[in-house]
Design a protein around this ligand. Structure first.
Ligand SMILES: Nc1ncnc2c1ncn2[C@@H]1O[C@H](COP(=O)(O)OP(=O)(O)OP(=O)(O)O)[C@@H](O)[C@H]1O
Length: 245
């Protein structure tokens, strides 16, 4: 079943074409990587798909729901981990999860149980009752990750999920994501990190200048080819910098 589809999606900011005809098709159960250079349009695509901004043209659907005509319907069905956001500074992680749980219609027992599971999974049980303003950047990131998955949505959009996490927790998040996808859920990961995309994703869409320029199944690459090779071949990095030579 197709979980996410975009067809010729376009979005401009003044004379910048953030999305210049992006067409994607992502099946249920994929851990799909959106890989692209800075400014490629990855965040814009995720924002359109999660009903946070409107496209200028083109079509999109998440689990069959159009994020333009029914943004609330989409947000009810998905989890979101935005790149730059932190949990509210005036809430503890436990209170943030209660807030997320109430918005997502979860019962209190389920919220309590998953709070404990996530605190153990990401090793931050001792911080559950600390105000978010007093958490480290990594502890805030752990809180945001847990918040995105708390209601176990069938589709989750995550932007640079491993940012600020130590290597042990990174491994746990990677293992969780793989298990989550194997259970039939769909995860879209936006990243610049080619190694993470190659290791984690079942399929990677390389986005450049608002368009899909290549799609790769990392497991199917020839032994003498890397995802970085495909990325470099398909992404125009502008004029070559020769100043440090
Ligand atoms: N609100 C905005 N106003 C003006 N320009 C914007 C706005 N949001 C994005 N852009 C521009 O649209 C283009 C795509 O931005 P976007 O954030 O989607 O890229 P990205 O692939 O997520 O980049 P990065 O990897 O650097 O986070 C960029 O050129 C950016 O400057």
């Amino acid at each position: 079943m197709t979980a996410i589809r975009t067809d010729d999606l376009r979005k401009s900011y003044g004379d910048v074409d953030a999305l210049a005809g992006l067409s994607l098709s992502i099946e249920s159960g994929e851990l799909y990587g959106l890989l692209g250079p800075n400014g490629a349009g990855k965040t814009t695509a995720m924002s359109v798909l999660t009903g946070q901004i409107l496209a200028d043209a083109g079509e999109a659907a998440v689990l069959g729901v159009d994020p333009e005509s029914d943004p609330i319907g989409v947000r009810e069905r998905v989890g979101i981990l935005p790149e730059k956001e932190s949990p509210p500074s005036f809430l503890t992680p436990r209170e943030y999860f209660q807030f997320v749980g109430s918005v997502r219609g979860m019962d209190d027992d389920a919220v309590d149980e998953r709070t404990e599971t996530w605190a153990e999974r990401l090793s931050f049980a001792e911080k559950l009752d600390t105000l978010s303003t007093d958490l480290s950047r990594g502890q805030q990131q752990k809180t945001m990750i847990a918040g995105a998955f708390l209601h176990e949505p069938a589709v989750v959009f995550i932007d640079e999920p491993l940012a600020n996490l130590d290597p042990i927790v990174q491994e746990r998040v990677k293992r969780f994501l793989t298990t989550y996808r194997e259970a039939g859920n769909t995860v879209v990961v936006s990243t610049h990190n080619v190694e993470v995309a190659a290791e984690l994703c079942s399929r990677v869409g390389i986005v450049n200048a608002g368009e899909l320029v290549a799609e790769v199944e990392p497991a199917e690459l020839d032994p003498d080819e890397t995802l970085l090779d495909v990325f470099v071949e398909n992404v125009d990095a502008g004029e070559e910098w020769k100043g440090d030579e």
